[in-house]
Design a binder for this molecule. Structure first.
Ligand code: SF4
Length: 205
């Protein structure tokens, strides 16, 4: 049976509400493990917002743009201009074999300008984490340098660890629900946040 337009709209709204809830669960889990490890970002000499990360879902990409569209136009314009600069600088650094370490285009003097709409990795970077891959292997990230420092006296197997697997699975399900059967035909999303801003909202239909 064909869905009416209003019913289809309801499903989409539900996807973004559930993405917000998923983000919140990720943050809670991260926070529990960070506290257990004694990890705090206060006074850190590093800044995760200069990390070079690619993101992989249309649903997060569009959610980020939902945040962009809530901003006053001048701020949105500033972020897009900065994003163009970051994309160009990254291209040059990568061409020289250097991993880019440029400040995120929506970071305003240390504060995230899209805090409520920031991407998954912005909420989870820091603690040790594991991810069970579909092929049966387990991927492990030992945590940021501060996490490693503050857990250096603990045996590896006892270090507070976030299992990202259920979060990634739920994100993949939301992506499938949002994009639908077309997902298999679309090119894989493999974009930095700056590229997501330069390209504009995703076109999935
Ligand atoms: S979106 Fe916000 S939290 Fe994420 S890297 Fe940019 S400034 Fe940092």
């Amino acid at each position: 049976m064909k869905r009416s337009k209003s019913a289809a709209k309801k499903v989409k709204t539900g996807v973004f509400a559930r993405l917000a809830a998923l983000y919140s669960h990720m943050e809670q889990e991260y926070s529990t493990k960070a506290q257990a490890a004694g990890l705090s970002c206060q006074g850190c000499t590093d800044n995760c917002c200069t990390s070079y990360f690619q993101h992989h879902t249309h649903v997060e990409w569009l959610y980020l743009w939902r945040g962009m569209n809530l901003l006053p136009e001048d701020r949105r314009t500033t972020y897009i201009e900065r994003a163009h600069e970051v994309v160009e600088q990254s291209r040059i650094m990568l061409a020289h074999g250097t991993r880019p370490n440029l400040m995120c285009p929506v970071n305003d003097n240390g504060l995230c300008g899209l805090y409520e709409h920031r991407l998954m990795i912005c909420r989870m970077h820091g603690t040790k984490n594991i991810l069970a891959l579909p092929d049966g292997r387990t991927q492990q990230f030992s945590g940021c340098f501060r996490f490693v420092e503050c857990t250096s006296d603990q045996p590896e197997e006892l270090k507070p660890t976030v299992d990202r697997t259920p979060f990634y699975r739920e994100l993949a399900a939301l992506e499938m629900e949002y994009v639908g059967p077309k997902l298999k035909k679309l090119a894989r999303v493999d974009l930095t946040l700056a590229e997501m801003l330069v390209q504009g909202p995703p076109k999935v239909r």
